[in-house]
Ligand binder design. Structure first.
Ligand code: UDX
Ligand code: UDX
Length: 426
């Protein structure tokens, strides 16, 4: 018999958590403040691109194990667990803004049954378990940290087949009750104190960002010494301590997590008295990477003022529709500021973007190349590898490519008279 779980917030994290818990046999009520979103979810319409999620939501609706309501209070009335999956956005000074977490805790406090367990799934600063305990103001409920390690585009797989499950709690019985929710999930499960659980999340994301900034910096070295970064990372990765995963150079890292979480960790370390200058370097290398790609495009066209740049890929990575903190949009913004005309294509983007009104969004990758002086590939959508390069060449005013993901076939382009510049390979 499954447990009764309330999930507060139905975004990438909350919706995946609720649907997967229902799939595991639990009785789940998902709540959100966004009424329109709840209406769509009730009809089985999933507003985000996550492979397998729509089927999972429809399965939950059919089985009756997954329901959607507006507002958190109603969702927790007879819940044994209340998962907080509301945003923890970036504050101006780098700190995480916990106002949504606090609002959600205060909203559910009067309605939580005794002995309920409130679970922090959102990425929250170290010490937030205490913060939520205070916001709840109840001594007869528990607060447990259970950080999410979901990658966008593979969130369902990552939830049902995680590398590990981390539970942070000072109360053993509450920890064991949360652990029991994952009984059918084949993964190592670790119980620790709340501060350690929260630190594992930040440290993991910061380490992954460090790995990426390192490989992007090595790519810059490769360009300077005439090495090919693809071979360098291949050779590095055979060392099992380094591994081949997460070692692809690119236009920099982005998304709704790495930028926010790396700055939050920097901030909370400084607040705690440690100046994390290594992480500071990781973040500044990432910002430099955006500029390096803009420079490559500028060098290719001579001057950006009045040039036309075609951009393939606007999302922060392939297989997601998420534009949050996308390096591609960061680079497009700088091109527009330098007076370039930019025509962008992305499989998941239709119509103009509020955040970049100057960007001409095309609904076809060839049309985006029409009359352009250079093509910049900024997101590694698989479909870009299979497009007809002859047709691309005919569309472009100049056969020039800056390949920000080392995605395209450099020799096929050379045979067609293209000038090619990749990342870490000239
Ligand atoms: C967010 C944070 O970005 C992430 O760091 C954290 O781990 C989980 O929450 P995500 O699910 O991607 O991740 O956020 P988003 O897609 O913006 O969804 C948040 C949802 O919460 C939205 O549907 C929003 O309407 C809802 N919400 C927000 C509430 O239900 N209540 C609130 O008070 C605020
Ligand atoms: C990340 C973490 O992977 C996940 O564990 C955590 O829970 C949330 O944050 P996500 O933000 O969805 O997941 O994206 P991820 O796949 O990690 O990529 C992050 C950024 O790194 C993207 O901009 C991506 O393009 C970039 N990246 C990733 C590279 O540039 N090269 C790589 O080899 C891998």
């Amino acid at each position: 018999m499954g447990s009764r779980i309330a999930v507060i917030g139905t975004g990438y994290v909350g919706l995946t958590t609720g649907a997967c818990f229902a799939h595991l046999g639990h009785d789940v009520v998902c709540a959100d403040v966004d009424e329109a979103k709840i209406e769509r979810l009730r009809s089985g319409e999933v507003p985000i691109l996550e492979s397998g999620l729509e089927e999972m939501v429809r399965e939950g609706l059919r089985s009756g194990r997954l329901r959607f309501v507006v507002g958190a209070a109603g969702a927790v009335r007879d819940a044994e667990f209340a998962y907080l999956c509301v945003p923890t956005p970036q504050g101006l000074d780098g700190s995480a803004d916990l106002s949504y977490i606090e609002a959600a805790a205060r909203e559910i406090a009067p309605h939580l049954p005794p002995a309920a367990v409130v679970v922090n799934k959102s990425t929250v600063p170290v010490g937030s378990t205490r913060f939520v305990e205070q916001a709840l103001g109840r001594s007869d409920v528990f607060v447990v940290s259970n950080p999410e390690f979901l990658r966008e585009g593979s969130a369902v797989t990552d939830f049902l087949h995680p590398d590990r499950i981390i539970i942070g709690s000072d109360d053993q019985s509450a920890a064991i009750r949360v652990a029991a929710l994952y009984l059918d999930v084949p993964a190592p499960l670790m119980v620790t104190d709340p501060a350690s659980a929260e630190t594992i999340k930040y440290a993991s994301n910061a380490f992954l960002a460090t790995k990426l900034s390192f490989v992007n910096a090595i790519a810059a070295v490769c360009e300077a010494v005439g090495a090919d970064v693809n071979d360098v990372v291949l050779g590095m990765g055979y060392d099992k301590r380094i591994g081949h995963e997460f070692l692809k150079p690119g236009p920099g890292w982005g998304g709704s997590c790495f930028p926010k979480d790396s700055r939050a960790l920097l901030y909370l370390a400084k607040e705690a008295g440690y100046h994390f200058d290594l992480l500071e370097g990781v973040i500044s290398v990432n910002h430099e990477q955006f500029e390096r790609v803009v420079e490559k495009i500028r060098r290719m066209v001579g001057t950006l003022e009045g040039s036309t740049v075609a951009v393939w890929g606007l999302t922060f990575k392939a297989n997601t529709d998420d534009l949050r903190e996308s390096p591609s949009l960061e680079i497009v913004g700088r091109l527009l500021d330098s007076g370039a005309v930019v025509r962008g294509y992305d499989p998941t983007v239709r119509g103009p973007l509020d955040q970049l009104p100057g960007l001409q969004v095309c609904d076809d990758p060839y049309a985006a190349c029409g009359g352009a002086d250079v093509l910049a590939v900024l997101t590694e959508w698989d479909e870009f590898k299979w497009l007809d390069l002859d047709k691309v060449g005919e569309q472009l005013r100049h056969r020039q490519v800056v390949d920000g993901r080392n995605l395209l076939d450099r020799s096929a382009l050379a045979r067609r008279g293209f000038r090619y510049e990749g990342i870490g390979r000239t």
